[in-house]
Design a protein around this ligand. Sequence first.
Ligand SMILES: Cc1cc2nc3c(=O)[nH]c(=O)nc-3n(C[C@H](O)[C@H](O)[C@H](O)COP(=O)(O)OP(=O)(O)OC[C@H]3O[C@@H](n4cnc5c(N)ncnc54)[C@H](O)[C@@H]3O)c2cc1C
Length: 434
Amino acid sequence: MNAHHVKYLLVGGGLASSSAAQAIRGIDPDGEVLLVGQEIVRPYHRPPLSKEYLRREKSRAELFTHGGDWFEHNRVALRTGRRAARLDIARSSVTLDNGEIIGYDQLLLATGMSPRPLEVPGADLPNLFYLRTIEDAHQLHKAVDKAHAEGRPHEAGARTGPRGRAAVIGAGVLGVELAASLTQLGMSVDLLAGHAWPWDKFAGENTGRVLAAFLEKRGVRVLADARPLRLEGDGRVQRVAMPDGKIIDCDFAVAAIGAVVHRELLRGTPIAAEKAILADAYCRTNIPNVYAAGDCAAVFDPLFGKHRLLDHWDNAAVTGALAGRNMAGVKEQYSAVNTFFSDVFELTLNGWGEARQVDRRLLRVPPGAANGNGSPPDLIEIGIAPDGRIAQVLALGHAGEDDLLRELVARRVNVNGREEKLKDPSTPLGELLA
Ligand SMILES: Cc1cc2nc3c(=O)[nH]c(=O)nc-3n(C[C@H](O)[C@H](O)[C@H](O)COP(=O)(O)OP(=O)(O)OC[C@H]3O[C@@H](n4cnc5c(N)ncnc54)[C@H](O)[C@@H]3O)c2cc1C
């Protein structure tokens, strides 16, 4: 098939690619841009899929990163429903799954991730769900409706009253959000945390336990150290069997146990990758004119002196745009403080920094915060590296001090000898920055 050639080829149909397209157009009004995505829809935001969209508070139209005519007006060609199947570095070309060959001057790899599959017997039963795409969210909508109509009663043995039980497997950011949203949709939910507390990968025990207590108050049953042995049922998941013999009845299960990078396109290429594609602080891979951004990339972060795989919305927007600008000829380094957010019932979480460098954590609880009585938690968790410098800050609730909290991480403030002051909410945080 004849090769088509573009100046900028963006592979991946998510936020990172769409941010790159926008950034390129901000600099280069004319260079041909082609965005290839394997989903049939144009790029959209995924965070609402586990929140407002799942709860039917937001419409499908509100998910998209850009209005339908943005791509046309900005002359960004969209090839959706098409997978990039092969990358030929020597020829600077990508072959699509229909055999079409696209040559490029600059290539962006922004292929994102897909859910890590649950590997237990019964995981192939049809109503074990994952959540990554709009289509996945539709499947969950259907499962919720069916469970309400003909599922298990919330009260075992009851003939009347609400119906529908779900088991959520995994208590990271996504699992916790799913448990909250499904509960808000009127489901009775068991949240199976693989470790001693939810959010264990990035939050300390105290914060995790405060969160677990909050979830319980809101009706979610939180099971700690609960990794399923197998899923059971007659042609569909009806029970989750636990190693201790406990059986959790459900109408469906959702697994949220992490995600893996789409890296099939790297096969046979010399592009350096570990869990994710390695990119320098300019989002360049080890191959000239090939960039990587978003969830599929581990971009070098000068603040922490290492490559970091950050599968968060903000990172996809920031690195996508940065890659786009650099592809269009700017020479700009990553200089952001990574940030992520989550919403759980009426609780908001904001986080900055690097959990893997945290050696000890201290909590700062604002005066009057009513943690523990059912109101949403309000606290700041500060993660300190072995050398005394702040590595991570988590803010549960506590809107308003975001800039200060980000700055504590940005400056890697050394709190050696000042930890007691830091814990004391009467010490203004700004004092630490002085
Ligand atoms: C349900 C959910 C809720 C989330 N909530 C939050 C949140 O509250 N806060 C937060 O910070 N982050 C959140 N995130 C994470 C955030 O959405 C992601 O970090 C972001 O979507 C990553 O964007 P991306 O463009 O890098 O990758 P993706 O969004 O994964 O997009 C990549 C796209 O490329 C496609 N693709 C892959 N391979 C190919 C190929 N070979 N050819 C063509 N196309 C290909 C994929 O199918 C996909 O459509 C959430 C994610 C999910 C799934």
